[in-house]
Design a protein around this ligand. Structure first.
Ligand code: NAD
Ligand code: SER
Length: 346
């Protein structure tokens, strides 16, 4: 353990020095016309709504590989069907809609990715390359591409996981996230493209269900508390992972997107922390409002994935470079989730 930590310290100091020496200064251009990919997903759906509030309804084009014409996303502004693995379609959507910035949310998540690793690679890597290439060719203002705590692996220190550390994930999803981070940073250095990204923790929200991740239990537990008063959790009670409530996720994404590029030393791989909580902590918090809520624990294949991810992350780079600060704690999130889900489900 001591060897691993001193190696990590060595890595941190050397990579930080290297990053400072490679810093790029760029004239800041304004975001005007936005494309959101994967806009029907858990994050894309709420991000699109917030972007439309800030940048104007008609300036945010939502897209996804599937359609849902009755969704708030499709009805709330411009809409395009778009498969991000189709490079020509990506190019055409950007030029037809005079897009200058992209929030790239289309992806295959960890649990689905383990069922179909080839599809995970194709969507996450070909999709990301197509977005970056189209952004480069069309001289776009900004591209936001999320990474994940899945970029880490079993050799990574799990407590207060450093910004610079060992990145040896064991899932295909994690492999694509590390590769994506490296690819995005390459486009910054090689082509002067303004690309930014964060390593989201597990995101908890009430609007759209998550799409096949390992942290889905942290959302399902709230739905089942309201619907059935009991839940069978697919990870162990003491499984601790970094989590974040959706309003903080949207805030982090937009704070980074709107930060001055010249203040950044990192670009595509910011650790962002909020909550470090176990499945049991969430159940306990729900019981403050639903005292007879029952949870049992039947770990499945997703336990092995969760065991390779951090328990909490050191997000001091995000705090220093663009002022990251989370606002929601566990009980405030639980109150809000339960209120919103009661309205939605009952
Ligand atoms: P999600 O699974 O809920 O949504 C992804 C969307 O992408 C879906 O609507 C899906 O239809 C769409 N999609 C899939 N293949 C596509 C393709 N070929 N072309 C276009 N669209 C396609 O995912 P999310 O939770 O909203 O995640 C958004 C981003 O945030 C992803 O990069 C994900 O890796 C990252 N992330 C999410 C979490 C989380 O807890 N939700 C945590 C860490 C990182
Ligand atoms: N919530 C995501 C997943 O579990 C983390 O990236 O796949």
């Amino acid at each position: 353990m001591r060897n691993k930590l001193s190696f990590t310290n060595f890595l941190t100091v050397n990579i930080q020095d290297q990053r400072h020496s490679e810093r790029h200064d760029m004239t800041r251009k304004k975001i005007n016309r936005i494309l959101v990919t994967g806009a029907l997903g858990q994050i894309g759906s709420e991000l699109t709504a917030e972007l439309r509030k800030r940048y104007g309804r008609d300036n945010v084009v939502a897209s996804d590989i599937r359609s849902d014409e009755s969704s708030a996303v499709a009805m709330g502004g411009p809409w395009a069907m778009l498969d991000v693995t189709d490079a020509e379609a990506v190019e055409k959507t950007i030029t037809d809609n005079r897009i200058d910035s992209i929030f790239h949310m289309a992806a295959i998540l960890s649990a689905t990715g383990e069922k179909n690793p080839q599809l995970c690679w194709k969507v996450n890597m070909d999709g990301t390359l197509n977005i970056l290439e189209a952004a480069r060719e069309n001289d776009l203002v900004r591209v936001i591409i999320p990474s994940s705590i899945a970029a880490f692996g079993p050799e990574t220190p799990r407590e207060n996981t450093p910004q610079e550390t060992i990145l040896r994930p064991k899932t295909m999803y994690g492999v694509t996230k590390v590769s994506g981070e490296l690819l995005c940073d390459y486009y910054v250095r090689k082509f002067n493209l303004d690309v930014r990204g964060l390593r989201y923790p597990g995101i908890i929200s009430s609007e759209t269900l998550p799409g096949g991740g390992t942290t889905d239990y942290a959302v399902e537990i709230y739905y089942k508390a309201i619907e059935e008063g009991r839940y069978t959790c697919f990870v162990k009670k003491d499984t601790m992972l970094p989590m974040m409530y959706m309003p903080d996720c949207i805030k982090a994404t937009l704070d980074l997107a709107e930060a001055d590029f010249n203040d950044l030393v990192h670009y595509s791989d910011f650790n962002v922390g909020a909550l470090s909580i176990t499945a049991g902590d969430i159940a306990e918090s729900i019981r403050k409002y639903i005292p007879d809520f029952e949870v049992d624990y039947e770990p499945d294949h997703r336990q092995a994935i969760a065991d390779t991810w951090p328990m909490g992350v050191d997000d001091s780079a995000a705090r220093e470079e663009w002022g990251w600060e989370p606002e929601w704690d566990l009980d405030a999130m639980t109150t809000d989730m339960l209120e919103k889900l009661r309205v939605k489900l009952l």
